[in-house]
Design a protein around this ligand. Sequence first.
Ligand code: SF4
Length: 444
Amino acid sequence: MRPTQTPRTYRVKSFGCQMNVYDGDRMAELLAEQGIAPAAEGEDADLVVLNTCHIREKAAEKVYSDIGRLKREDGTSPLIAVAGCVAQAEGEEIMARAPSVKMVVGPQAYHRLPEMIRDAAAGKRVTDTDMPAETKFDALPRRRRSGPTAFLTVQEGCDKFCTYCVVPYTRGAEVSRPHGDLIDEAKRLVDAGAREITLLGQNVNAWTGENTKGQAIGLDGLIRELAAIPDLARIRYTTSHPNDMTQGLIAAHGEVEKLMPFLHLPVQAGNDRVLKAMNRSHTVESYLRILEQVRAARPDIALSGDFIVGFPGETDAEFEDTLKLVDAAGYAQCFSFKYSPRPGTPAATMEDQIPLAVMDERLQRLQAALNRHQLAFNEASLGKTCTVLVERKGKHAGQWLGKSPWLQSVHFEADAAVGDLLEVEITSAGPNSLGAVARMAAAA
Ligand code: SF4
């Protein structure tokens, strides 16, 4: 295809968090609705959307190398759109540095892609990083396709302004999607085959809304209503902030059977001085108290967290506090990263930036501790019977892969199909997955 023709095929490449994956899926649905087909594996797409993540260092540089790789031998490029958080944060610079990019579109404006493509196909270069009043969700096509698991964005943006984070600048202020839209979209996803829905938000537990009786409800109220959808078997939510863990949400973990026993609750550090410098506005003690309350509501709950090592000024003793918190929490899974200065964030200009070698050493020690707890959690599942949602085929004939209620990856052999809920008995446990034998089909 040459620059001026309307694209016939597309490829959306999403990087980063689940919300970016969700946005990537929505952009693909939007393009499909324009009659543009997904490019086959290995096929040279007419239009490529790079849906970028801005969280890690060199994120922007990575975008330029991805753009460079799209150039063809004859020197031409497909129609390139850069979307996501790097587009929002560095749109103008991308347009200046990468002439082959014809479109830059922010996370709140991608519902305008069809008209941007028309302009770009006519030879214009267009940028849209607005945070429009109208929400993109009203303009996006209705969800028609779903696998056994689906994401549902319920909340966007963040008002917390942690000093190391770009999200409040790239995704804007916290916005909760209307209750009615969410119930409708969830029902459509279930009609399209979803058995499990994960509610997404940068601060998903900050979601608020009004139910059909006009009563103000929080995320727990929404979860209770979604649980009433007959063929929806499982509900999850991510990512939460400790300060938005209400008593109602904690109680829901003990009362709503369809709410899976898994909580991802980032904390980032185990020392109050560091948490203050991060502007996390909670303490280690208040965080551990929430874990205690959630465990009281649902004793078998699997906990997950996020940690950053090497935040500016973090001392050896303060890092030891993080290791103590890890042992106190006993995480089933956890994400851990080295601090990386993000342009425009307060922490990027803080004194006492930690040398890379020190960060590497701390990350190694932290991950060793986290892996120990993760393996212990998986080994404690040995001999247990649980329900697994069949997600896809495994490597071997007759082998299937799925997730346990505690979000553990499970492989097993069975006469099954995608979307089945199967009772299995856990027979082996490794650091990242479990082996199991199928017992019988679980009650729907
Ligand atoms: S809570 Fe903090 S880390 Fe999370 S998205 Fe908001 S500013 Fe970023």
